[in-house]
Design a protein around this ligand. Structure first.
Ligand SMILES: *Cc1c(COP(=O)(O)O)cnc(C)c1O
Length: 364
């Protein structure tokens, strides 16, 4: 039987009645933008994440964009981030005319190498934007200390890490801002686009609320040029249902990852690291192999999905070549050639994992 990267049909089947009731209640209310479900979701996620404020926005990309803007990032500024991430992380920096400064990654966690950040700081550096890639928290203790020491904003890309924790504290609760995505395939995903910004700072929270709604605090009164970036009620009602199950979903992902680790015990396969003191939520289950092509081919022939996140590091992307052509991140470049992500979703069964691993071990 075919196995996709994510099986949203299976998950929907389990929660269908609650989702249908939620959608029907929004339709009956005919209140579609910034209504009671968005307010409730903001309160529920703030409690879950252990932050003072959570603000719904239109996407994870917008969450990053608005957070960076509210932090005062502007033209000529530099923001230190990882080159091994989805393009949106760097795009949000570029939207504001600032420059993403790419620092190489830790080969074990795939996250920005915290001990290389300080060497990249210049007088123009304003912020550090770590990504909790694949659901493994970045090295938040060291990154937080660096930001404090150099008075830099700390903004977290939590698009892949809803429910992950570092030292018992949720990702999104460390920085001036945490930026989440509710893209359907994320750990907490809606049925369309959506995002969330977290902060403990009352003033910054107010600023983000104004920015997401056309720079308006009061209807038809505009204090600054903002955006149309609101979370809608249908997404919020769906996300409120799924938030109730997020711990169960993440725990299933973790157990699936550990089962994969056992089945893939082979000298040519490096299974994902999980650092002590972190709660990894396995948005992706990503292995390192010397040669992934034959494995991908064998999986594909068996109808099993696999994916490469990410084949081209950001400093090697066409859009950044003219400004970042001389940047060298050897660990990222080597990692990009060898990573392979396997299906990992809460509903994946042990039998499916055994089937996938059997094919991989044979293809080696
Ligand atoms: C998905 C993702 C984003 C963007 O989120 P959208 O909701 O798709 O805009 C940003 N950063 C990372 C690391 C992501 O995985």
């Amino acid at each position: 039987m075919a196995i996709p990267m994510v099986d949203l049909k299976r998950q929907l089947a389990d929660i269908r009645q609650e989702i249908d009731e939620g959608i029907a209640s929004v339709l009956d209310s005919t209140q579609f933008i910034l209504g009671p479900n968005v307010t409730a979701l903001e309160q529920e996620t703030a409690v879950y994440l252990g932050v003072k404020h959570a603000i719904g926005v239109a996407s994870g990309t917008d969450a990053l964009h608005l957070a960076l803007r509210a932090a005062g990032i502007r033209e000529g500024d530099e923001v230190i981030t990882s080159p091994f991430t989805f393009i949106a992380t760097a795009e949000a920096i570029s939207y504001l005319g600032a420059k993403p400064v790419f620092v190489d990654i830790d080969p074990d966690t795939f996250n920005i190498a915290a001990d290389r950040i300080e060497a990249a700081i210049t007088p123009r550096t304003r912020a550090v934007l770590p990504v909790h890639l694949f659901g493994h928290p970045a090295e938040m203790k060291m990154i937080g200390e660096i930001c404090d020491r150099h008075k830099l904003h700390l903004i977290e890309d939590c698009a892949q890490s809803f429910g992950a924790a570092f030292g018992g504290r949720q990702t999104g609760a460390f920085g001036a801002f945490g930026c989440f995505s509710f893209f359907p395939s994320k750990n907490l995903g809606g049925y369309g686009d959506g995002g969330l910004i977290t902060t403990d700072d009352d003033r910054l929270a107010g600023e983000v609320r104004v920015l997401r709604n056309h720079g308006s605090r009061e209807r038809y009164v505009h204090s600054l040029i903002g955006y149309n970036s609101r979370l809608d009620e249908l997404q919020a009602v769906i996300l409120r249902v799924k938030l109730k199950y997020i711990d169960r979903y993440n725990q299933s992902r973790r157990e699936n990852a550990y089962y994969y680790n056992r089945c893939l015990n082979h000298p040519d396969i490096r299974t994902p690291a999980e650092r002590e003191g972190v709660r990894h939520v396995y948005h992706q289950y990503t292995i390192l192999v010397p040669d992934r092509a034959p494995i991908q081919k064998a999986l594909q022939e068996a109808g099993i999905a696999s994916a490469v996140y990410y084949p081209i590091p950001l400093h090697r992307q066409d859009v950044y070549l003219s400004t970042h052509g001389d940047v060298s991140c050897p660990v990222t470049e080597e990692t990009a050639k060898r990573v392979l992500s396997l299906p990992i979703f809460p509903e994946l069964t042990q039998a499916q994992i055994e089937q996938i691993c059997g094919i991989i071990l044979q293809a080696l």
